[in-house]
Design a protein around this ligand. Structure first.
Ligand SMILES: Cc1ncc(COP(=O)(O)O)c(C=O)c1O
Length: 386
């Protein structure tokens, strides 16, 4: 049976935008504009302007944005790169795949890198830091930039979940050497397949990443400068993303409204903690609305029974996937988060009625609170629609 409240609904999303999307795709196909044409350049220009950087370079995934950023910054074997374990695995895989050593630090209560843990992990081999702005909230970039500058470290922002989010008025992806974005379909700005981009103010970094994505070739001279990869953002995807970019501010405003409705309605319930909202210089874009509760698995089952689809990102600390070879770091906040987080339905298509149904189910669950037993620590599911 379909969910009464789906986590996301790509069919309705398409129906709402059908005229714009069909025209964007149709014009590429009619003109035979498939690889590296004006639609890609136009999107890059508009995306850079949106983020507030001089350049954007379109890639085929957020993973490649991270990988190429590290390569362009000359990071490789012998170098340590500090990041968090509470992130999508791609953040850490990019570090491993360029031959560097990931050093995992804990997050703070806002689910983002704890600046003190970051500074404590710096060694003479540390070359870079990748702060991950999760769930549509920018990391404490004032502190992270200050620490990075003090230790002369490259800052590569993982902004895959934070398009349009701001800290002290500045957008995610405009603080570091590069910002790394994902246009995976269920991101704040999603394509109809994989896609990504870096943003930067550094012309040399933009040039290097522009070649790396095209097998190392300089398109104007035909010279191969490196062993690169095939990792260009497809022209059709760029055309779709450009059409969608115009709607992004409205979608963020909508998500913020949905978040406010959740927060107001759930505020009085014991046993849940709510995500932060616009405190201390933050403007949150709500890629995800993530609550915490020690009854997470039971609550999730209850919501499912009531037709509400939820997500858990991520149920198991990354290092516990033993094949990844990440050792056994001691990161208590990350471990607690993995046991307790639950993402409620949140997208441009989520309606106030969806919120009502969800809140009613949660309220009903907690009305039995005195007899509730917290979940044990068994991990049950894995999914990825964030
Ligand atoms: C925090 C984070 N980093 C990196 C990525 C990787 O992006 P992509 O899936 O486009 O490779 C994602 C997306 O899933 C993400 O959420």
């Amino acid at each position: 049976m379909p969910y009464k409240v789906p986590f996301v609904d790509p069919r309705i999303h398409y129906q709402k935008l059908k005229i714009d999307i069909d025209e964007a795709i149709g014009s590429c196909l009619r003109q035979g504009d498939l690889i590296y044409r004006q639609q890609l350049r136009q999107f890059e220009e508009n995306f850079a302007a949106f983020v507030g950087t001089k350049y954007a370079v379109g890639l085929n995934s957020g993973y490649h944005a991270l990988h190429f950023s590290l390569q362009a910054a000359d990071i490789g074997p012998g170098d340590e790169v500090i990041t968090v374990a509470h992130t999508f695995v791609a953040t850490v895989s990019a570090i491993v795949n360029v031959g560097a050593m990931p050093v995992l630090v804990d997050v703070a209560e806002d689910h983002n890198m704890d600046p003190d843990s970051f500074e404590a992990a710096v060694t003479s081999r540390t070359k870079a830091v990748i702060p991950v702005s999760l769930n549509g909230r920018v990391c404490k970039m004032d502190r992270i930039m200050a620490i990075a500058n003090r230790h002369n470290l490259v800052v590569i922002e993982d902004s895959a979940q934070a398009i349009g989010a701001k800290f002290n008025g500045q957008k995610a992806g405009s603080f570091g050497l590069t910002g790394c974005f994902s246009f995976y379909p269920f991101k704040l700005l999603g394509g109809f397949g994989d896609g990504g981009a870096i943003t930067t103010n550094d012309p040399e970094i933009a040039r290097i990443v522009g070649r790396l994505r095209y097998n190392g070739e300089d398109r104007t001279t035909g010279e191969y400068h490196y062993h690169g990869q095939t990792a260009l953002l497809d022209n059709v995807q760029a055309a779709v993303l450009d059409a969608k970019l115009r709607h992004l501010p409205d979608w963020i405003a909508h998500r913020r409204k949905i978040a406010r409705l959740y927060s107001e309605a759930l505020a009085g319930i014991d046993g849940i903690s709510l995500p932060p909202y616009d405190d201390l210089g933050h403007f949150d874009a709500f890629q995800n609305y993530v609550i915490r509760t020690p009854y997470r698995d039971k609550l999730r089952q209850h919501l499912k029974k009531d037709g509400v689809e939820t997500l858990v990102s991520w149920p198991k600390p990354m290092w516990e996937h033993r094949a990844l070879g990440l050792g056994r770091p001691h990161l208590p906040e990350t471990e607690a988060i993995c046991r307790e987080v639950l993402s409620l339905p949140m997208s441009a298509e989520t309606t106030p009625e969806h919120v009502e149904i969800t809140v009613e189910s949660i309220t009903d669950f907690f009305s039995n609170a005195p007899s509730l037993v917290p979940d044990d620590e068994t991990v049950v599911t894995f999914s990825r629609a964030d």
